[in-house]
Design a binder for this molecule. Structure first.
Ligand code: ADP
Ligand code: MG
Length: 384
């Protein structure tokens, strides 16, 4: 790009006398040399390009001026890239002025008859101005980018920090409780009944710590490992089987309405984890019984999964905070990681999710995944 710019500068120049070319080549040369570090290449390009426009006195001037310049630019580049932006602008502008000055000096020796006011103006003001404007622009963009990067990094660090703090807190609680009961268990004169009771508490606490870790891991690793074709219908059936006992406990009736076909691409394990979380929440929201409706629909482009419960529902504030890490209204029973995992898995599978909820009426989750079309075709062909 720089070489092309150089050529454009030399091609579209102002030529008061045949041997002199007034042009803007200093601008790309200085900027390329000091910002990109390709000074020697550009100097070589200038010399070559200039030779096509006649091997006259102007060409030799170019040669004498620019050959040492390439060395200067080459040595200046490492230094200048370490300087503060303001100094960088200042040095590039000065460099442009010095080059302009030298060029005019060279000219005044050879073509004494040419209009030197033109030359002074052309070489002192215009390149310096051009370089100033462009280098200011470069610095501005650089600074903006840097700030953005720093912001992203800070955000990430903050998230990791928060997660770490919250996780250790969440895990420490059950572990402290468990170790307390283990201490009680060390008493030799404990009755059989008490011993059993304590052991079951220890077990429960350990399971709850494990649940936090499990949920966190799914969040921390949202990338899909094994992509395969998933039959939505049979996957959902298996998940319902897993959750049936929980539904029975809460006297929840599960109603299903599945479309005949529907294939999506994704990781089986993650898909299960995602819908186990959604369905578990739905069942948990109906502690005194209700209906859980799970239906799927399929079109050429999307497979839609709808999960509808008749549970406690959510207020608009709760709805807004849904998916926030450790946001739970279930106290000790919840981890507040389930929905976060759901969101990250759906995102990783190129899906979308919508939630509608009304307090005391229930909640509806709508999840949409892209259909795999090749499979539909073979299925339809098989059917026909
Ligand atoms: P947890 O289930 O451990 O509390 P989740 O991330 O799975 O954490 O859910 C976060 C919160 O979102 C729940 O505590 C609950 O208040 C709310 N929630 C999620 N799904 C439903 C639902 N189907 N009906 C009502 N509230 C829900
Ligand atoms: Mg949950």
């Amino acid at each position: 790009m720089f070489i092309a710019t150089l050529w454009l500068c030399i091609q579209f120049s102002y030529t008061p006398v045949p041997s002199a070319r007034y042009d803007l080549r200093i601008i790309p040369l200085v900027l390329g040399g000091l910002y990109v570090g390709i000074g020697p290449i550009l100097v070589l390009a200038i010399i070559l390009l200039r030779s096509f426009y006649g091997l006259n006195i102007g060409f030799f001037q170019t040669l004498i001026l620019y050959a040492p310049l390439s060395i200067i630019l080459w040595n200046l580049y490492p230094w200048i890239s370490k300087q503060a932006p303001e100094r960088r602008i200042f040095v590039t502008v000065c460099m442009g002025m010095i080059l302009g000055l030298l060029t005019v000096f060279g000219m005044s020796f050879t073509n004494s008859h040419s209009n030197l006011f033109d030359a002074w103006f052309a070489f002192l003001v215009i390149p310096a101005l051009g370089i100033g404007i462009i280098s200011y622009g470069i610095e501005f963009v650089r600074k903006n980018n840097e700030m953005q990067q720093q912001l992203i990094k800070a955000e990430k660090l903050k998230a990791v920090e928060q997660m770490g703090a919250a996780i250790s807190h969440e895990i420490r609680n059950p572990l402290t409780a468990a170790s307390g009961f283990v201490q009680l268990l060390q008493d030799d004169y404990l009755s059989r009944q008490k011993r059993k009771e304590y052991l079951s508490i220890v077990k429960e606490e350990l399971i709850s710590a494990e649940r936090v870790i499990q949920d966190y891991l799914t969040f921390a690793k949202p990338s899909l490992e094994t992509l395969e074709e998933l039959n939505v219908k049979s996957e959902l059936r298996q998940i319902i089987n897993i959750l049936q006992p929980l539904a029975n406990q809460n006297s929840v009736e599960i109603i299903t309405d599945f479309s005949v076909i529907g294939f999506i691409k994704g990781d089986k394990q993650k898909f299960r984890q995602c819908f186990v979380n959604v369905l578990k929440n739905a069942i948990e929201s109906m502690s005194t019984g209700g209906y859980l409706t799970i239906s799927t629909e399929f079109s050429q482009s999307y497979v839609t999964i709808m999960v509808k419960d008749t549970g406690v529902g959510m207020t608009s504030e709760q709805l807004e905070r849904l998916g926030e890490p450790f946001y739970s209204t279930k106290g000790k029973k919840g981890t507040g990681l389930g929905m976060m995992v759901v969101y990250s898995i759906i995102r990783a599978m190129d899906g979308s999710i919508w939630v509608e909820s009304e307090v005391e009426k229930g909640t509806t989750f709508l999840v949409e995944f892209p259909t795999i079309t090749s499979i539909i075709k073979t299925q339809q062909a098989g059917r026909a």
